[in-house]
Write a protein of this length. Structure first.
Length: 334
């Protein structure tokens, strides 16, 4: 339900002003936020309005925001990351859309951020997991483990960013909107070339049917009007069916849905009798841990993973038991 508010009502006979949530969407798109972030922010703003009796945010301020965030932690028992996302959404609403500054909120009850170690598979477990997969699913899972890419980074991979000569993959606009290089595993080269050949046939079929234009980020579609149909801009892992863009309404072929690989990894884990709660992201954790086991420098691993702070990468030293408690038990001393 869109919230109109008093300031969205105009006199009779004049064009109605955009509703509040439409203003939020427009501003998010101007600032080049992703569709997922847009959906999350709009959802939190809607929840905030409904939680306060559908009052317009202009009539509220820091006190109501503090109370809302506190309720999320105390009654909703949300994770710290969820509470931070809600805060970011409300800060965006007030600063970017309403042009108001919120006071520093010292009275918010913060959700506790638990310190958890990531789930990591052994090399043998990775081998068994991949042995239960075939074709495209096997290739994507192999890329997650062989390069350390995140799931969406793999699915959003474009043809132009794969360099077989240098055995290099460029990950574009990763977390934090950063690009980085990751190695292309030699063991996956042939399968990746076959996948790209299949994707090219699909692209040609779309082009003959009057489609074949990929989605381009930001203003590239206007700057390079013909680029969207070029082979280099196509997705390496295209969806099996065309769909309508939720923003523009244009019918095109997007990349594969993430649930396809998530379900395939889940099935493979069960078939391989792996009892750890392994997911697609577990393959990224395993990549980092196994590189650390092989003696690679933690700064190099930080760059490959695209971590902003090396402290994030250091969690894998604890997985290896090389942290502060990495000592030999006296029971095991000879």
């Amino acid at each position: 339900m869109e919230f109109a508010g008093r300031d969205a009502r105009v006199t009779r006979g004049r064009k109605q002003a955009p509703r509040l949530l439409e203003q939020v969407r427009d501003r998010l798109r101007v600032k080049h936020y992703s569709l997922r972030t847009e959906q999350a922010y709009v959802g939190w703003i809607r929840r905030f309005i409904l939680a306060n009796g559908k009052r317009h945010p202009r009539e509220m301020g820091g006190g109501e925001v503090e109370a809302f965030l506190t309720r999320l932690a105390t009654h909703g028992e949300v994770a710290a990351g969820t509470q931070n996302q809600a805060l970011a959404a409300l800060l965006f609403l007030y600063r970017e859309v309403l042009g108001q500054k919120l006071p520093w909120m010292d009275n918010v009850v913060r959700a506790k951020r638990p310190r958890r170690l990531p789930v990591v598979l052994t090399r043998e477990e990775v081998r068994c997991l991949l042995a239960q997969m075939q074709g495209r699913d096997w290739l994507m899972a192999g890329l997650l483990y062989g390069t350390g890419m995140r799931l969406m980074e793999c699915l959003r991979l474009r043809v132009k960013d794969v360099d077989f000569t240098r055995r290099d993959i460029i990950v574009r606009e990763g977390k934090g909107n950063k690009d980085r290089h990751v190695p292309l595993p030699q063991a996956l080269e042939t399968a990746l070339q076959d996948q790209m050949a299949s994707a090219r046939l699909l692209h040609r079929t779309d082009s003959v049917a009057g489609f074949g234009a990929a989605w381009l980020p930001h203003a590239l579609a206007r700057k390079y009007p013909n680029a969207a149909r070029e082979w280099g801009w196509q997705y390496v892992f295209p969806a099996s069916q065309r769909s309508f863009d939720p923003r523009s309404g244009v019918e095109r072929r997007h990349h594969l849905d993430e649930k396809v690989l998530q379900r395939a990894v889940h099935r493979a884990r069960i078939a391989a009798a792996i009892h750890k709660p392994a997911t697609c992201h577990t393959l990224r954790h395993s990549f980092a841990t196994h590189l650390l086991e092989a003696g690679h420098d933690i700064r190099t691993i930080q760059e490959l993973l695209g971590h902003k702070d090396v402290a994030t990468t250091q969690i894998y030293t604890h997985v290896l038991n090389r942290g502060g408690r990495g000592v030999l038990s006296p029971l095991d001393r000879s």
